[in-house]
Unconditional design. Structure first.
Length: 407
């Protein structure tokens, strides 16, 4: 069974051909990526139990930062060595899923050691560098003509993966915390196997090594610069919001299973923003969808101090709106960056802009880790507004007509 319309192209001999794309390809990649990226916040969902073992009340930002550092370094190493070009992409995906699941499960052996848990979370981040970007690469081999829509579902899968440990924690409220960690490792193994069965697409291209100089020259294009800076502003907010959502919910007065359910809903609803934005991109344009969602999430940051102690139904509605918009702009900014990058360095551009965005998350995570113990709870998430503000100011150029001059 094939989807319509089918992609068309030409073979090396010049004869035209049509790509017969099985309808299950994108769902398989999306489900597999969702299952493996559940590793990203696996320990955050059981942070309360780990904090008891460590004898501390903090650590959310530091633990998440370890994963981010691993992902940044892993992404750059993968790109410099060209691992996804040298080997079958789906095999790389499976191996990294297995390694990430193993590193995640090893936390069960040494949970009392904060230093070893940080090291293991770093290794999980390195492994995810062979999952998230490689999953996009696999999709691009099948969906070159509709990558914006596909990216909406793929980034949505990352969002659901991020939320999944909180779902496991909520469902298994009476379980030992070890079951949640073990469950995410099992999910990752299953997800790796699912994607491993996906054949490489006929439009998969082989890239070259990362070209730093070429990407720096790409920033001379105002459209590329605007989309990259919009993405940077988005990333300042996103992972710090995700990491401290449980803290924020606890400050509202929720605890136990209700807190885990709420965290899952607030993070997981970002799938709606990602997938919905991808579905409507042709009607409203990626620029408007990205900047619109960035603007709404920025407003949520600014009004957050006044929403923490509102009645629970109001608080829940507010958090769900924030959860949708904080993630929904991500796939559109990535697609715009790819669109405006010079063709000869598009792979390098995406790699370095992605790495720069994740480096920015370390700064916002560190800021909130400090603020948690220095300010009243209602002010904790307000500084995240700096990211959307920067993204809106620098990204506004994207709304100008395409024929505008580009100094």
């Amino acid at each position: 069974m094939s989807e319509k319309p089918m992609e068309s192209g030409s073979r090396s001999g010049g004869a035209p051909y049509r790509v017969h794309r099985p309808i299950w390809i994108l769902p398989a990649i999306v489900v597999g990526q969702w299952m493996v990226t559940s590793l990203w916040f696996a320990t955050n969902a059981v942070m309360g139990s780990l904090q008891e073992l460590w004898g501390t009340s903090g650590g959310e930002g530091i633990v998440t930062t370890a994963v981010q550092l691993g992902f940044i370094i892993g992404t750059l190493v993968f790109a410099l060595v060209g691992i996804a070009d040298r080997f079958r992409a789906t095999t790389v995906f499976l191996i990294c899923a297995v390694l990430g699941a193993a590193a995640n499960a090893t936390v069960l052996v040494v949970p009392e050691s904060f230093a070893l848990v940080l090291l293991l979370r770093f290794l999980v981040g390195v492994s995810l560098a062979g999952v998230y970007p490689v999953g996009m690469r696999i999709a691009a081999g099948w969906y070159a003509g509709g990558l914006g829509r596909a990216l909406g579902f793929l980034v949505g899968a990352l969002v659901l993966g991020t939320a999944s440990p909180h779902l496991l924690s909520a469902v298994g409220a009476e379980w030992d915390w070890q079951m949640t960690v073990a469950g995410t490792s099992v999910l990752a193994l299953a997800g790796g196997l699912i994607v491993w069965w996906v054949p490489e697409g006929p439009q998969l291209t082989r890239g070259g090594p990362v070209r730093f100089r070429g990407v720096l020259s790409a920033f001379r294009d105002r459209r590329f610069r605007a989309s990259a800076c919009g993405y940077f502003g988005h990333m300042w907010e996103l992972y710090a919001f995700w990491a401290f959502v449980p803290v924020w919910i606890a400050s509202h007065g929720m605890s136990g299973a209700s807190s885990s359910w709420m965290a899952f809903a607030v993070i997981g609803v970002g799938f709606v923003g990602c997938a919905g934005g991808g579905l409507f991109v042709k009607r409203f344009s990626g620029q408007r969808i990205a900047l619109g969602q960035l603007g709404v999430s920025g407003v949520c940051c600014l009004v957050s101090p006044f929403m923490l102690h509102t009645p629970t139904p109001v608080f829940t509605a507010f958090m769900l709106v924030w959860g949708i918009t904080v993630a929904g702009d991500s796939p559109q900014f990535s697609a715009l960056t790819a669109q405006f990058a010079p063709r000869e360095v598009v792979g390098s551009a995406l790699t370095l802009v992605n790495s720069g965005g994740f480096a920015i998350t370390i700064l916002s995570l560190s800021l909130l880790e400090w603020m948690r113990f220095e300010t009243a709870p209602q002010w904790l998430l307000m500084p995240l507004a700096l990211g959307p503000l920067f993204g809106l100011v620098t990204g506004a150029y994207l709304l100008k007509p395409s024929g505008s001059t580009n100094p």
